[in-house]
Design a binder for this molecule. Structure first.
Ligand code: NAD
Length: 358
């Protein structure tokens, strides 16, 4: 009896899945013929001028330029959100704030800790310290061998935590496997946790009273704002529920009055959920998992994923060309979320220094 009703439920679920796939296929504009498209390139330029007022910082005038490409007779409607450009704007703001602090006798200090010799982590750390120095932040590298003990790393974190010249501490993740990463993050004083991963800082985001917000989700919010995306009242789907990206992302969107669905590896009907979303944030780490045909026309698509394609090139979690033909705004990979993550680290660091002045 029970087995019979389970089979009925499973059959209905399969029928429903097939109906969804048929609906999604019907919307698929078909494969993209890039060779044919290249012959049709045209450019649409949209210029928007707005005035932004930053509380406690001053008044800024911003100019936004969106470029849409007409490719292969099919209009790529999406405005491409240029993460490098927005990151440069954030860095300009950070530079002005470090200069203001310097005028008050404070040199903003960031300590970056790298354990082991993971090449990707070494590249990230180099880029972060370079960015920081460009913005007038005194960034110091602390490199420890891969066989450093938990106690050894905790001792360094404690020393940096007690150093008044250090306003922000960043421990580059992932740590080698023998570390208890949660314990290391918890040992960073919350007022120096510029990565925004300490339980206290994550908790404050959950309360809607953030001090430091995790850098990648903060960068995504900045990109949405730059793209003129209305978050309040929007239906948002976040793919991925990591503590680093997905969970804080869902909280930030909810704090900004979006109605949020948090999807993960066990989510059923992913295509249907994405197809209903005004905002899609993909943070999974699976190349082109999100098909272009799933995207609701006019939706905002933020691709956090960084994956290496078979040809060695970086690709995101979203099928970019097909998604750009349907979306309202979209981020590229590379050049979208990545630069924003680094810029938001600088913003958190200067904020940490400002907070010491009360
Ligand atoms: P993670 O591995 O910690 O989490 C991945 C999440 O995806 C998990 O919550 C899992 O449940 C979910 N998931 C797996 N398969 C899924 C599926 N089929 N459908 C829906 N959800 C699924 O990864 P992470 O640290 O959150 O990073 C995610 C991606 O973002 C990676 O590609 C990473 O490199 C990238 N990333 C980029 C930046 C940046 O600055 N651009 C920063 C952090 C992470």
């Amino acid at each position: 009896m029970v087995q019979g009703s389970v089979r009925v439920v499973q059959a209905r679920r399969r029928q429903r899945q097939r109906r969804i796939e048929r609906r999604v296929d019907a919307r698929d504009p078909g494969p993209v013929d890039l060779d044919r498209q290249r012959r049709w390139i045209g450019i649409r330029i949209r210029i928007r001028i707005g005035i932004r007022i930053g509380i406690g910082i001053g008044i800024g005038i911003g100019i936004r330029i969106g470029i849409g490409l007409r490719i292969g007779g099919r209009v790529v409607t999406a405005t491409v959100l240029d993460g490098k450009l927005v990151a440069a704007l954030v860095k300009d703001e950070v530079r002005a704030r470090t200069q203001a602090l310097a005028a008050r006798g404070v040199t903003v200090g960031l300590a970056v800790v790298l354990v082991g010799d993971d090449p990707a982590s070494a590249v990230y750390v180099k880029a972060k310290t370079k960015d920081a120095r460009e913005c007038g932040i005194d960034a110091t590298d602390h490199r420890l061998p891969a066989d450093t003990s938990q106690a050894g790393l905790l001792a360094l974190v404690a020393r940096l935590g007690a150093d008044p010249r250090v306003h922000g501490i960043l421990v580059q993740l992932p740590l080698p496997k023998h570390f208890d990463t949660d314990a290391i993050i918890a040992a960073i004083p919350p007022h120096k946790d510029v990565d925004g991963l300490h339980p206290e800082n994550l908790g404050r985001v959950a309360q809607g009273k953030p001090r430091f917000t995790a850098c990648t989700p903060a960068g995504c919010m900045r990109l949405l704002a730059h793209g003129g995306v209305t978050v309040a009242g929007a239906s948002a789907v976040v793919l991925g529920r990591s503590v680093l990206v997905g969970k804080p992302m869902a909280l930030l969107l909810a704090n900004a009055d979006a109605t949020v669905t948090l999807c993960h590896s066990k989510t059923r009907d992913l295509a249907e959920r994405v197809a209903a979303a005004d905002i899609v944030i993909a943070a999974v780490g699976r190349p082109e998992l999100v098909r272009g045909a799933w995207i609701k026309p006019g939706a905002a698509v933020i691709d956090v994923g960084i994956n290496r394609g078979a040809d060695g090139k970086l690709i995101g979690d979203v099928e970019y060309a097909a998604a750009a033909a349907r979306a309202g705004v979209i981020t590229p990979v590379p050049g979208g979320v990545g630069p924003m993550t680094r810029a938001c680290l600088l913003e958190n660091t200067v904020r940490a220094a400002e907070l010491t002045l009360g």
